[in-house]
Design a protein around this ligand. Sequence first.
Ligand SMILES: C[S@@+](CC[C@H](N)C(=O)[O-])C[C@H]1O[C@@H](n2cnc3c(N)ncnc32)[C@H](O)[C@@H]1O
Length: 289
Amino acid sequence: MASPEADLPLPEAFTTSTGHGFSEAQYLDRHFLAAEPEYQQMIRSVGFQPGWHILDAGSGGGAFLPLISTIVGATGSLSAIDLAPENVATIQTRIAAGQMACPTDAQVASVTTLPFPDQSLDGVWCANVFQYLTNAELQQALTEFRRVVRPGGLIALKEFDGSVFQFYPPDPLVWWRFVLSLPLPLEERPLLRGLWYHRRLSQLGLVDVWQRCTLIERRAPLRSIERAYMADMLSYLGNRGQHLSEADQRLWQHINAIQEPDHVLNHPDYYWREGAVVAVGRMPAVDAR
Ligand SMILES: C[S@@+](CC[C@H](N)C(=O)[O-])C[C@H]1O[C@@H](n2cnc3c(N)ncnc32)[C@H](O)[C@@H]1O
């Protein structure tokens, strides 16, 4: 499957057998745990109800599944799909270990061709997946979500918001120069796409559409899980600055050198923030397709 990031070399770490960076299950668990209080609140605000059947589309290793399973409860159910077989295997291990509060199944499939009948689900949760799709694939996935959710059901999209991301030190513009250096046309800027999900869901014909960006902020001293997650992220980003000026490349090399005593993560005033966009829409009671 073509990815907007296809022309960028991806470091092996955190990359799945299907070639998606930031997508390996242990990395995803660290990401989830580092922001768990905010994610708890975010998912509870979506509107999923006890007894519902929810699809986690592009579920990774299933970091969000136990939480969603407690929302739908024992009378509800979950289905998970992901393109990477090893992520689906991790979810199956989690199910077997009794981590889900409701019946749960998982299979390999693409968000662009869902293996579910029309109007067979009460809701779809899709987190941090659209950044990997071309515009055409993204539209195909949304059309599939609309096909499988019943009238009155919910479609919820969650994305990292690159317009909000910052860390201190260094100069805040370092991040923006990095974003601008990615050789991608504006419409393909995967880290900024979440800004416009409200419009996408409205155009899909959904009603009661809302969107919110949750700010996830951390300062020194960090919890060890927060530090581990940020070290993952910074080393990954530091490896991708090859289109920058030499001065910025040197800076990112330093940001990549997590083990150095003067690394930004060890700064007494270290600060990190990222934005998590959630956009939610309801299928109209009478579907006008
Ligand atoms: C960044 S991870 C997010 C996983 C999970 N939703 C989370 O937030 O923890 C992106 C996931 O999308 C999956 N993925 C990428 N393209 C996909 C597609 N076309 N269909 C299904 N899954 C896809 C990857 O395999 C990966 O597990």
